[in-house]
Design a protein around this ligand. Structure first.
Ligand SMILES: [Zn+2]
Length: 205
């Protein structure tokens, strides 16, 4: 018998999803998260929010957190002259369509420029990377994706998964990620780890 203490001392980790929202993926993911009664952080792409504003609002309505993953998911290393505008447009799209200002920003591909970081700092938007991932842009099954996450799942982890395949040419179906999320949440429970949003992990109000 394992007794897991639920309290402020319980070790936490953050679950994050990039590249959405996408109909047929994000909505199913929201149901999985609701089954486990947990909240996550969704790093949404501005053009995806423009395509699915209702779905993006549903993420917030269900108590999750939204961060910005830029407007067009540009690689800011390769497209440096456009990088700051891509970042600013992503924030503006959320403010316009969702009436929220993102507190967090995740650079596509983890590629940032110093000008974008400076803009984020001015706007008090915190850049957030990750410490564990499912490598789920490859066409693997749920067990393989979950196994990648388990390798680095520990107190303080920020787990990266994807709720859209729009920005990869390697896979077309996110169903394995949805199933992997369920596996990760069961394993987290077994390990006594509480899944929270990035904001809660960082102890922000
Ligand atoms: Zn991405």
């Amino acid at each position: 018998l394992t007794v897991v203490a639920h309290g402020p001392e319980q070790p936490r980790f953050a679950l994050t999803f990039d590249d959405g929202p996408e109909r047929g993926v994000t909505d199913r993911l929201l149901d999985v998260l609701a089954e486990h009664e947990v909240n996550a952080t969704f790093f949404c792409v501005g053009e995806q929010v423009e395509d699915e504003p209702e779905l993006a609002r549903e993420i917030l309505a269900r108590g999750h957190e939204i961060g910005s993953h830029t407007q067009s998911h540009l690689n800011h290393h390769e497209r440096e002259p456009e990088a700051v505008q891509d970042f600013l447009n992503g924030v503006e799209t959320m403010e316009r369509l969702l009436k929220v200002s993102p507190g967090f920003y995740r650079p596509p591909y983890g590629h940032f420029t110093h000008k974008v970081l400076a803009a984020a700092e001015r706007m008090k938007i915190i850049p957030v990377f990750w410490s564990a991932w499912g490598l789920d842009w490859f066409p693997d099954d749920a067990e393989t994706i979950a196994a990648h996450v388990f390798e680095d799942l520990m107190p303080g982890s920020i787990v990266l998964l994807h709720d859209s395949a729009r920005y990869t040419d390697k896979r077309s179906d996110c169903t394995p990620t949805i199933e992997a999320t369920d596996l990760v949440l069961h394993e987290a429970e077994r390990r006594g780890l509480e899944p929270v949003t990035v904001g809660r992990l960082l102890g922000l109000p």
